[in-house]
Write a protein that binds this ligand. Structure first.
Ligand SMILES: Cc1ncc(COP(=O)(O)O)c(C=O)c1O
Length: 350
């Protein structure tokens, strides 16, 4: 008998993407935004003094709630601040799942969900996507307490139409959590559905669209009763004073957000076209990454050869993914460097 609960002893733990120490690398492996955060964030940072740090932060992040509510067309009571989107996922598992209350989600998807299920000791009902990443009809019938749809999905980059998610929310007896960590790069999101469904929670992240992965800030959008329930399981001060000030500055600068996300989307379309020219199979992406499959090279071999050139992409040794590489969209220049390296690997070095 170890010191830990049995399920904790058994779980392998989430494996975050590799964070190289060197700075002179091309890092396209963890879906960070290639652009810096808004200048408003940096000036808010410069304005933080000792007094802000001496005191505890606002436990609910009122100023952020007001700003995020306005942008999403909801009320501040519909917003819950989180220490990154992952914090919301942890809260949701703690709030809704246990030994008798399962979670369900389509696979392949974000690899944190099964880890959280194991930590919470709940059953995870995994329903495979079809080859087009359509919403599996069986998901509506699992009886799970919590159903998670990552939309757009990671790591496929695929997108399920909002109307389909509305129908799913209406059919489910439990909670539907739509993980919209990448929605900033998609053509739509579920914000307009929140008023209609008392079982719907949206997850938003400031890590991708707002270039704040290092800050750790995300938020939930849901009806007030769900937000109040989730507040019971959150740490009292789950977001710190610095994060609150900086995330608020970021979300208020919508001009900068619109410009940088448009630039990423443009670079994404160019990257997809370039990869397809190199004969990679690349499904349309609605995110800031692409999933690429070479018809004649093992993904692991391409990954290793890119690492030799100080270029990091993501390789998942998982069913359905081990023949593909997930590549974060960089700036046009970074993407060009990747494409040149791929040309060297694929055409000169075999
Ligand atoms: C699908 C998905 N959901 C949620 C998150 C959590 O994001 P964060 O905790 O950085 O806000 C991530 C991070 O990579 C993700 O890929």
């Amino acid at each position: 008998m170890g010191y830990f609960r049995q399920n904790i002893e058994k779980v392998k733990g989430y494996q975050p993407g590799f964070q190289p120490k060197a700075t002179d690398v091309l890092k396209l492996n963890t879906n960070e935004n290639p652009y810096p955060p808004s200048p408003a964030v940096l000036s808010a940072l410069a304005g933080i003094g000792g007094e802000k740090l001496r005191r505890y932060p606002d436990p609910v992040g009122s100023e952020f709630r007001v700003a995020a509510a306005e942008i999403n067309g909801v009320k501040p009571e519909n917003i819950l601040c989180c220490n990154g989107g992952d914090d919301l996922l942890t809260m949701a598992f703690r709030a809704f799942c246990d030994e008798n209350r399962a979670v369900a989600y389509p696979v392949p998807t974000y690899s944190l969900y099964p880890v959280l299920a194991k930590l919470q000791n709940c059953d995870a009902i995994e329903i495979p996507f079809d080859s087009e990443f359509n919403l599996p009809p069986k998901l509506a019938k699992t009886g799970a307490a919590l159903t998670i749809i990552c939309n757009p999905n990671a790591p496929s980059g695929s997108f399920i139409e909002i109307g389909e998610l509305a129908s799913l929310a209406a059919e489910l007896s439990g909670v539907l959590l739509v993980d919209e960590a990448y929605a900033d790069f998609a053509e739509g999101n579920c914000a307009a559905l929140v008023g209609d469904f008392d079982n719907l929670i949206l997850l938003r992240s400031m890590s991708k669209g707002y270039s704040l992965a290092g800050l750790r800030f995300g938020y939930a959008i849901a009806q007030a009763d769900l937000i109040t329930g989730l507040m019971k399981v959150k740490d009292s001060y789950n977001v710190d004073a610095v994060s609150l000030a900086l995330a608020t500055a970021a979300i208020k600068d919508q001009d900068y957000f619109r410009q940088t996300t448009a630039d990423v989307k443009k670079a994404r379309e160019e990257l997809v076209a370039q990869l397809r020219d190199l004969k990679f199979k690349v499904p349309a992406s609605h995110t800031n990454f692409v999933l690429a499959q070479s018809p004649n090279w093992a993904a692991r071999e391409i990954y290793d050869r890119l690492v030799e050139r100080n270029i990091f992409v993501r390789y998942f040794d998982l069913p359905g993914l081990s023949d593909k590489l997930r590549i974060t969209v960089g700036t046009a220049e970074q993407n060009e460097k990747l494409i040149q390296a791929l040309k060297e690997i694929l055409f000169r070095n075999r």
